[in-house]
Design a binder for this molecule. Structure first.
Ligand SMILES: [Ca+2]
Ligand SMILES: [Ca+2]
Length: 125
């Protein structure tokens, strides 16, 4: 079964004239030898960290990226999306954003998705 590790989030606001934020996610994945040659879809969810209940910022899977597993270990797989800062701005003051990366097998039905969580990143949208 596929396993995700080392999820890294970076966020930037490329323009001063709009409040659009660019989120990039890098992750590593490992696959069973029987999964090499299978197709997978990487996506991620954006969350905001809170003391009690974290807020899920995105309702649809972000940055879908389909690929074929070419080795049992693949490094620095990349996902990206653009998101309006108004959605990221969930509370007074700065936000604490993290992502959950998800890997779905497109060839094996019924296999649970692999997921892994990034560190929390403070941003001020
Ligand atoms: Ca928070
Ligand atoms: Ca805020």
């Amino acid at each position: 079964m596929a396993v995700i590790s080392n999820v890294r989030l970076s966020a930037s606001k490329p323009s001063n004239t709009s409040n659009l934020w660019k989120l990039e996610v890098l992750y590593d994945a490992s696959f069973g030898s029987g999964e090499v040659g299978d197709r997978f879809r990487g996506t991620f969810e954006v969350w905001e960290d809170d003391d009690f209940f974290d807020d899920q910022v995105t309702s649809t899977p972000q940055g879908p990226q389909d690929f074929v597993a070419t080795a049992t270990k693949m490094k620095d797989l990349k996902l990206k999306t653009t998101i309006d800062g108004d959605f990221l701005d969930t509370e007074l003051g700065a936000e604490e954003i993290y992502v959950i990366a998800r890997l779905k097998s497109l060839d094996s039905l019924g296999v649970p998705d692999a997921t892994a969580t990034s560190a929390v990143m403070p941003i001020a949208p």
